[in-house]
Write a protein that binds this ligand. Structure first.
Ligand code: BGC
Length: 903
């Protein structure tokens, strides 16, 4: 009995110790798990820590890196570094070499001096650091292309007689590529190499293909599509924007177990031909003629005697770089929700979700039978298939059957935005099981969740997330379905902070921001779209150019990485200097601007109810905001001269604003919501004029019967400004409004994504003009930022960006009985949840290890708060300066906390 008792005690002690032990939960290198092909010579390491209990932080770390998995001969051993930094720690060992696999580990010490075990072993593979390391040659098809520009295929047989220890392939293309080795697809990325400003920056991908190689003869097969490179892109059916010929660059490094190696490269010895993909365009869709399949063409033994030698092209290697962002991959799949036959006798499939990707199809029929699949986002008021809003994009995949048994079809080099498909040329009775919709988007980690007691608001959150999934396809696009799908800068900047909650968009934006830098004009103007396919003159609009300043700053705040500011500083400054160069007497009142795009306006506006905001007033606000963000960046990076110089300029910009656009009583020349929102959000008004401006904003909202009237530029800040000035109730009224214009109106109309316009579908079920009516446009989804940061209250302080110093200040209200959100930060999960029952508020939060949080408990005094069932200690009363709500503030370390407030 005594023995058992002792055992129990020992066991309990071990368990307690084990619980308190700090451990490394997750490790990342350049924000990715075991990245392939990094051309970064000083990669950065991030680790997430775990420890039960409270107030655990890191006091020291040690990182080791080796080319051996057992860490023999480390090339870097940091030793024990006294530091609480656990994110973005840069490698500082001996110089790295190209094309090498590196292993790394980290261990940490916590604030009770306990050490963790070494973390799991992570690795990365360096890519080709120098463009001179490309031995491969660019190759194009060795035949004249047909008028439809059928997808060329390339084939190479090589022999590998020794045992392979590793094989890494580096591949890119002018156009899009899909590669196979011995008939197996290389990797699971789609639409590679993705879209960048190709002339200056073309990403290549690295793949570990060790398992695909066989002893003896091996075959590489690669198919190319026109893609963004030379396909239709931009308006007016532009083709060949980057060049008229597709081309392939392929270099495979094979290392054998005996230490020898070989390189297999694209060159004139490769063979080229065409096969079943007879047409492929992003906007128009793909045609596959199964009668033209060249069976076994990527396998050994195929007779390629009829193929032409590939043509070597002289494109050079200067613009090549390794891929930094996550590739596009397949994600959710959707089964048929219902098959429909319309009055027009059309056969439709409804997948129940507006998504971006394509449909996989199983067909059986006669040889030569032609089946077309058209895509649509919505049905019209009669229930008919509606494609007018796709404008010139045909969005149609065509399959010509071989007649050989059950045939499977799936496109390769296109994508569609759709919820419905129309099937033509097939059976009258569609089998629901024959159709599967596949969502394709950049493979960013999902990081955020939000939910509340209101089902419509939860659907809004769903729509915001699907707006993001549908439009984060290697670049942030405006819309995914019509003949546009461009990286509109304004849309991306207004949504960027919301995006950083839903998914980890750190690398996604880091890559795209470099394309901004690449495409900025010599004078610093930021193009309307990035990559810029609209021409040099299409640049310089206020609110759009802000992508160059707002996104780097938002990413810095969301992920705490100074590198993005370092990398983008020149671009940020160039944009601010561009605006300055356009001013006279500190006023930016020249040039073309989109203004508060798609604001509320009425057709026959006899009494002036349309919410028109002076475009130059808007321009001045964004000029000030960008200048402020540049000042912030200068401060973070220690650029004192800029900090001071731009600080002085900012004062002049604001003075000029007040002189030009504000009466001495504080009325603005445009009395719109957007005008007041921008002026207040960017601190454009003297302090004493701000409260009256906020109340004018509220009056305006009341005048519209609690409706918003803002367009792309005012919408993101509307509820933030209301809450900041103590009008959270009004913010809730806007959030919960469900008649046009409002966020919930589309939800009530059955939307599964965010619409481009507040009234894409009108109450009588007719549509807005088809020339501009996308049903998958994320901009207005920017309300998500307020839902996370204000409603649930998850935020980070700028002095500890990336949630090193967390701010949690929820705003219960609006008749909601609960709301909760969580976010996967680089430190771990932070969450906040409030729930109201009777006169009690329950408040649950989670703070990750190695962070601190200032938490604001909504309560009138400390005495009404219980902390885990006990009276709260150390709570301080707090009132936000402008809004005067009552909170009790506590400073917390890591752990889970439960508060109850009796009011
Ligand atoms: C796009 C937008 C974009 C706008 C510029 C539209 O065609 O779809 O979202 O920002 O043009 O005004």
């Amino acid at each position: 009995m005594r023995r058992i008792f002792t055992l129990v005690i020992v066991f309990t002690l071990v368990a307690t110790f084990a619980q308190a032990q700090i451990s490394v939960n997750k490790i990342l290198c350049e924000n990715r798990t075991n990245p392939m092909g990094l051309d970064n010579t000083q990669p950065r390491f991030t680790w997430e820590l775990a420890s039960a209990g409270h107030n655990v932080s890191q006091t020291a770390y040690q990182v080791r890196v080796s080319t051996y998995p057992d860490f023999r001969k480390p090339i870097w051993n940091s030793g024990k570094v006294v530091s609480d930094s656990s994110v973005h720690i840069a490698y500082k060992g001996t110089a790295l070499t190209s094309h090498t696999k590196y292993y790394w580990q980290v261990k940490v010490w916590d604030n009770s001096k306990k050490a963790s075990a070494w973390s799991e072993t992570g690795y990365w593979i360096s890519s080709l650091f120098n463009t001179t390391e490309w031995q491969a040659k660019w190759i194009g098809p060795g035949f004249k292309e047909d008028s439809l520009r059928a997808s060329p295929m390339f084939r190479k047989v090589f022999s590998s007689t020794k045992k392979v220890s590793s094989a890494i392939a580096y591949i890119t293309a002018h156009g899009l590529y899909e590669a196979q080795i011995n008939g197996h697809r290389v990797g699971d990325a789609y639409l590679t190499p993705g879209w960048t400003s190709y002339g200056k920056r073309l990403q290549y991908q690295a793949y570990d293909v060790t398992d695909l190689l066989a002893t003896g003869n091996n075959v590489v097969g690669v198919t190319l599509g026109s893609g963004w490179y030379r396909g239709l892109i931009g308006f007016s059916n532009n083709q060949n924007f980057y060049g008229k010929d597709v081309a392939l660059l392929f270099q495979l490094h094979v290392t054998y177990t005996d230490g020898t190696s070989a390189v297999i490269s694209s060159d004139g010895s490769w063979k080229s031909s065409t096969g079943e993909i007879t047409y492929a365009e992003i906007y128009n869709g793909e045609t596959i003629d199964a009668r033209k399949i060249k069976k076994g063409w990527a396998l050994n033994g195929y007779n390629d005697a009829g193929w032409n030698s590939a043509q070597v092209m002289d494109y050079g290697f200067k613009n090549l770089l390794a891929t930094y962002n996550e590739p596009v991959r397949k994600h959710e799949t959707f089964k048929t929700l219902r098959v429909l036959k319309t009055k027009k006798n059309e056969h439709l499939v409804d997948f129940g979700q507006n998504l971006v990707g394509w449909v996989k199809i199983r067909l059986k029929g006669k040889k030569g039978q032609k089946v077309t699949i058209s895509h649509a986002e919505v049905l019209d008021k009669d229930g008919d298939f509606y494609t007018e809003n796709l404008r010139a994009a045909k969005a149609q995949d065509t399959y010509i059957l071989s007649g050989e048994g059950v045939e499977l079809f799936e496109p390769h080099f296109t994508f569609h935005g759709f919820q419905f498909i129309k099937v033509e040329g097939y059976n009258n009775d569609l089998n629901p099981d024959d159709f599967t919709a596949v969502a394709l988007y950049s493979d960013m980690n999902p990081t955020g969740s939000f939910s509340s007691s209101n089902a419509l608001v939860n659907q809004l959150q769903h729509n915001i997330q699907w707006g993001q999934k549908g439009n984060f396809l290697d670049v942030p696009t405006d819309c995914p379905q019509r003949d546009e799908r461009l990286g509109w800068t304004g849309d991306a900047q207004v949504f960027s902070r919301t995006a950083s909650f839903n998914m980890n968009v750190d690398n996604f934006f880091a890559k795209w921001l470099k394309d901004i830098t690449a495409d900025q004009t010599e004078k610093g103007a930021v193009p309307f779209v990035i990559p810029n396919v609209l021409g040099k003159g299409a640049a310089g609009s206020a609110g759009w150019g802000e992508a160059a300043t707002v996104i780097p700053w938002n990413m810095y705040v969301a992920y705490g990485d100074k590198q993005v500011l370092k990398d983008q500083y020149g671009s940020m400054k160039a944009w601010v200097d561009y605006m300055k160069s356009q001013t006279k007497d500190d006023l930016w009142n020249t040039g073309f601007h989109f203004g508060d795009w798609l604001f509320y306006s009425v057709n026959d506006d006899t009494d002036g109810t349309s919410a028109v905001t002076d475009k130059y007033l808007i321009a001045q606000c964004f000029y000030a905001y960008s200048t402020q963000l540049l000042i912030n960046a200068a401060q973070v990076l220690g650029k004192t001269d800029d900090y001071e110089a731009y600080g002085k300029n900012l004062k002049r910009i604001k003075d000029a604003f007040v002189r030009e656009y504000v009466t001495s009583n504080g009325r603005m020349v445009s009395g719109t919501q957007t005008a007041y929102v921008l002026a207040l959000n960017f601190d454009m008004l003297p302090v004493d004029l701000r409260p009256q401006a906020a109340s004018r904003l509220v009056d305006n909202i009341t005048k519209y019967n609690n409706h918003l009237t803002t367009g792309f530029l005012g919408t993101p800040y509307l509820c933030h400004v209301l809450s900041e000035f103590g009008y959270t109730d009004e913010a809730y009224k806007l959030l919960l409004q469900d008649t046009y214009p409002s966020w919930l109106y589309p939800v009530k109309m059955g939307a599964t994504t965010i619409w481009e316009r507040w009234d894409g579908i009108k109450p009588d079920k007719t549509f807005e003009t088809p020339t501009m009516n996308s049903f998958n446009h994320y901009s207005y989804g920017a309300i998500g930022d307020w839902m996370y940061r204000v409603m649930v209250g998850l935020d980070t302080y700028n002095d500890g960006p990336g949630y090193k110093h967390i701010k949690i200040m929820p705003h219960p209200g609006g008749g909601f009985t609960n709301a909760s959100a969580s976010l996967q930060t680089y430190y771990g999960t932070v969450s906040s949840a409030w729930a109201i029952g009777g006169d009690q508020l329950n408040f649950d939060i989670e703070i990750p290890v190695n962070t601190t949080a200032s938490v604001f408990i909504p309560a009138k005094d400390a005495a009404s708060v219980m902390d885990g069932g006990k009276p709260l200690k150390n709570g301080k009363p707090y009132q936000p300066a402008k809004s005067k709500e009552n909170y009790i503030m506590v400073e917390l370390g890591s752990g889970k906390y439960h508060y109850t407030v009796t009011n």
